[in-house]
Design a protein around this ligand. Structure first.
Ligand SMILES: *Cc1c(COP(=O)(O)O)cnc(C)c1O
Length: 456
């Protein structure tokens, strides 16, 4: 009986191999040593797949070193056709936002410094003027994300008091955001009003007591209801709230600042309308349709925003300078809506014509075929994602790879950078709408490298 473990080399023997030793020029000793251990452990766990000679052992160590040297968070091509893909990082930033991050990150900044007076300034002063301009609100504040904005707002307005929400709005957005759980953590007591499909203003009115701290309206952003349904409008609720001296908090979600009806994306409210309808405080995400960095944008009545700002919880939920830099640069683009549509990537991807995307898909397919990849182009339906315009079906186009679709999907996912497509009807579909147009050539090269000659 031979024990296969006896044939495993020692760590020192592998480290002495010339090719392994030369890895020390490219990687720290700890990384190489750890890679050697991992490769030996793996061989011990699966002797059948163990390297068979010195050259194979060296290759295995090289691969392990490369893998350990790679960041865990790295860029990918989103070829899924889902523009705001939460798993793939939601909104890509505009060039102006990227430049602002670079400038701010590289040195010191006016983060909490007042240049006029030559003394300490306030972090919460940034973006306020722009947000007032763009939404019509009296004041504004930026928190870490929309969930944080909601916790902060509820904690400020309704801690140990009751917050009224329609049963039709107790929603889940992504695996970790559920309106009832978030509300509970804020310290407010949730009082459900109405029914799942129909809630009227009188349901809220009947639930108001001396314990009520706020009325909350949540934008049902990631699904649509139809049939026997009714809901109280923001305007109706604003009138009720005003009448009873209560604040109306609106979780608006998407952060859409300009209407996109002209491009066939109708029905999603814009922030300015939510403010004009009379909500006391409106909270929204920075990295959904607004197209900026992850942030929770809060706009609303000056007196209420001042209370939010002075809540000690704000210290825990505040944003860093890079977020503020990116958000401010993104918001500046909105001063001219046509500039925003042209330069905020989320908006330009959503508003590109189907014909333009088709043309890019045709050109990509032609180049891929010349490189030896068998493919064709099909019409697809892209979507907004990120819990916005849930029913929108955006005409798009994809390169379809049908030969060994599952294997191709895996090789594309392991490419550098990874290409994330989707498997449908026995093909891998690479939707060009979510690939930045100025990356088309590099995208095709990456796909070709991954699929031609076994992905070498
Ligand atoms: C997406 C969304 C949230 C959560 O936003 P984050 O910025 O991811 O925290 C909250 N409410 C609504 C209505 C949303 O659409």
């Amino acid at each position: 009986m031979s024990d296969p473990r006896r044939e495993l080399p020692s760590v020192n023997a592998l480290l002495a191999h010339e090719r392994v030793r030369s890895l020390l020029d490219r990687a720290p000793r700890t990384v190489v040593t750890e890679a050697v251990r991992v490769v030996i452990d793996r061989a011990r766990g699966d002797p059948a797949a163990a390297p068979r000679d010195a050259a194979e052992w060296a290759s295995a160590v090289e691969a392990a070193v490369v893998q350990r040297q790679q960041p865990s968070l790295r860029p990918v091509y989103n070829a899924t056709g889902v523009v705001l893909h939460t798993n793939l990082g939601r909104a890509p930033l505009a060039d102006a936002a990227i430049a602002a991050i670079r400038d701010t990150a590289a040195g010191y900044s006016t983060l909490e410094y007042d240049l006029e007076r030559g003394r300490r300034g306030s972090r919460s002063a940034h973006c306020v003027e722009l947000l007032r301009e763009l939404t019509g609100a009296e004041d504004a504040l930026v928190a870490n994300n929309c969930a944080a904005a909601l916790v902060l707002t509820l904690n400020t307005l309704a801690v140990r008091r009751e917050a009224l929400v329609s049963r039709g709005e107790l929603i889940e957005i992504g695996g970790s955001f559920r309106v009832p759980s978030i509300m509970a953590k804020s310290g407010a007591r949730l009082v459900e009003v109405g029914t799942t499909n129909r809630t009227y203003v009188h349901d809220y009115a009947a639930a108001i007591t001396t314990r009520t701290g706020a009325i909350v309206k949540v934008h049902r952003s990631n699904f649509a209801v139809s049939g026997f349904v009714a809901e109280a409008s923001l305007g109706e609720l604003a009138a009720l709230a005003r009448d009873r001296g209560l604040p109306l908090l609106h979780d608006f979600g998407s952060g859409l600042l300009i209407p996109l009806d002209r491009w066939g994306l109708a029905g999603e409210p814009i922030a300015r309308d939510a403010v004009a309808a009379g909500a006391s405080v409106v909270v929204m995400s920075g990295d959904k349709l607004l197209g900026g960095p992850q942030a929770g944008v809060i706009v609303g009545d000056a007196a209420l925003v001042a209370r939010l700002r002075s809540n000690p919880l704000m210290r825990a939920l505040r944003v860093d300078k890079l977020t503020l830099a990116a958000l401010e640069a993104t918001l500046m683009l909105y001063r001219d809506p046509s500039t925003a549509v042209a330069t905020v990537p989320v908006l330009s991807m959503l508003t590109a014509t189907a014909a333009a995307v088709r043309q890019r898909a045709d050109a990509a397919a032609a180049r891929l075929r010349r490189a030896g990849v068998t493919c064709d182009v099909i019409e697809t339906v892209a979507s907004v994602g990120g819990g916005a315009f849930p029913t929108a079906r955006i005409a798009s186009a994809a390169v379809a790879i049908r030969a060994d679709a599952t294997g191709a999907e895996t090789r594309l996912r392991r490419a550098q950078p990874a290409v994330i497509g989707r498997l449908a009807d026995g093909a891998v579909l690479l939707d060009l709408r979510t690939v930045p147009a100025d990356h088309d050539r590099a995208f095709v090269d990456t796909v070709a490298r991954a699929l031609v000659a076994g992905g070498g």
